[in-house]
Design a protein around this ligand. Structure first.
Ligand SMILES: [Zn+2]
Length: 485
């Protein structure tokens, strides 16, 4: 029997506010343990929460960017459970009336090469069930002798983005998460750092006979804190469930954890132990009512999203979808490209340099494009020097290497190293004469009709002029000379 997996993702994203969701404590990562705390986030008796307006604004922007309908009224609810790093004994979340619902995103899915290019690209549409706001719990750290609790993260604002069970492969889930992260970074509401826990992902996975409408029994996998873990854990779990079913067994509804070192998922808790959170509306907070004018203002403030920008790059600059996808992979890359294209007047060449030599140089320097020491204006200046014929494409590579080393402007490097292209007919002509005179055998071949030997002569002249001769002029002079010889 052929099976197909059904996957849904629950993604928690930490909002980039300076203060927590219900108090004024700092959200700074890495502060001394328990220093970012106050009576509200320590849940001392009598302390009352007050909603952070900036966090709501960011959550609304995320909902808009993910195509959700923003609710004018949403309700905070208590999600009750005991955990040592949760002093309140509940999280303040949203349950029946979330901030946003019924979203949809268009995602390019397919295998990725080392350079991030998508192979066998397909455009897919995935549904988003809901986006709600909640406060985070603290962090427990266990060493060999004791456990420690750090409440700095307690009360940090999160949004939870729940997808529809729309993914049919680990690749689709992976591509959706890439899209989600990219979108949140574009709108500047989350830093997307999975290692520091500001983006976390749980997955629901089930398997069913292909063609069946009915869902199989689902298993939840927790703690997928990297893109690689997500894909590996899903592949493992899909395989495991198919194995169980094909042996005539039944999949048990449970929560499993991914263990990267053994490359397996294992049982964390079964359905019998599953939480009943006993949600009820938070009595300390009134319903969250948003002024429609404010929602409109926030909608207006959402910048051009990666998908729209990608389409515009294809339209405006004549780029392929593959190139436009790469150049819009981060907002900084897109902005670098647009500036370079504008200043040089050559979008095609700008794209090639950014995706090729610049990407390679950044990789070697261990830098992101945000910290690129070569400004888009400097790269544009280099491109203009090629386009004006001042240097050849080959010499440009040398100039670029020097730029990455000394951070000088291209004009200064060309001057200092004497790299300007020679377009002086007399001096190129002299070299041409010399080369032709020195190679009688090849001249005879050329004259007998083997014109492809011209390439040999061009190569010799370029070698002699250290690549600085204007190639077009070399070609013309050689052809003339050989015809006359
Ligand atoms: Zn606090």
């Amino acid at each position: 029997m052929e099976f197909e997996p059904v996957i849904g993702l629950e993604v928690h994203a930490q909002l980039l506010t300076r203060s927590k969701l219900f108090c004024g404590c700092s959200t700074q990562f890495g502060a001394p343990p328990n220093s970012n705390t106050c009576p509200v986030c320590l849940a001392l008796p009598g302390a009352l929460p007050v909603v952070n307006r900036e966090a709501v604004a960011m959550a609304v922007k995320a909902a808009v960017a993910l195509g959700c309908k923003v609710s004018e009224t949403s309700v905070f609810a208590r999600k009750n459970y005991f955990y040592p790093d949760l002093p309140k004994g509940y999280q303040i979340s949203q349950f029946e009336l979330p901030l946003g619902e019924h979203g949809r995103v268009q995602v390019y899915s397919g295998d990725r090469t080392d350079t991030g290019k998508i192979v066998n690209r397909q455009e897919k549409s995935f549904g988003i069930t809901r986006i709600h706001m909640e406060d985070d719990a603290g962090k427990s750290i266990h060493d060999e002798e004791r456990s420690h609790v750090n409440l700095n993260r307690t009360g940090v604002p999160l949004i939870e983005i729940v997808s529809e069970p729309d993914f049919r492969s680990s690749q689709e889930a992976y591509d959706y998460l890439i899209h989600l992260r990219k979108t949140l970074l574009y709108i500047g509401i989350c830093d997307g750092n999975m290692e520091e826990g500001s983006l976390r992902c749980d997955a629901n996975v089930s398997v069913r006979p292909k063609g069946s409408e009915k869902f199989g029994t689902k298993v939840e996998i927790k703690n997928l804190n990297s893109f690689r873990f997500l894909q590996r854990a899903l592949d493992y779990e899909i395989e495991r469930q198919m194995q169980v079913l094909s042996e005539g067994g039944t999949v048990v509804q449970e929560t499993r954890l991914w263990d990267e070192s053994s490359g397996r998922t294992f049982t964390m808790r079964s359905k019998e132990e599953a939480h009943d959170y006993r949600y009820f509306p938070e009595p300390d907070l009134p319903p969250l009512k948003l002024d429609p004018a404010w929602i409109a203002e926030l909608t207006e403030a959402v910048p051009e999203l990666p998908g729209a920008r990608m389409e515009r790059f294809v339209r405006q600059y004549g780029l392929s979808i593959d190139d436009a996808l790469l150049l819009t992979s981060t907002r900084a890359t897109a902005e670098y490209f647009e500036r370079c294209a504008e200043v040089s007047g050559n979008p095609r060449s700008s794209a090639n340099w950014i995706m090729g030599d610049l990407a390679f140089a950044l990789k070697n320097m261990g830098k992101e494009i945000e910290d690129c020491p070569i400004s888009p204006d400097s790269l544009a200046a280099l491109i203009s020097k090629i386009d004006s014929g001042e240097i050849s494409g080959k010499i440009a590579k040398t100039v670029f290497e020097e730029m990455t080393r000394t951070l000088e402007e291209p004009a200064a490097i060309i001057q200092r190293l004497g790299l300007a292209q020679v377009s002086d007919e007399a001096s190129i002509g002299a070299v041409v004469d010399r080369i032709v005179a020195a190679n009688p055998k090849q001249v005879a071949e050329y004259r007998s009709g083997k014109t492809r030997v011209l390439g040999y002569f061009v190569g010799q002249v370029m070698k002699e002029t250290k690549g600085q001769a204007n190639p077009q002029m070399v070609n013309e002079l050689l052809q003339k000379k050989l015809a006359d010889a």
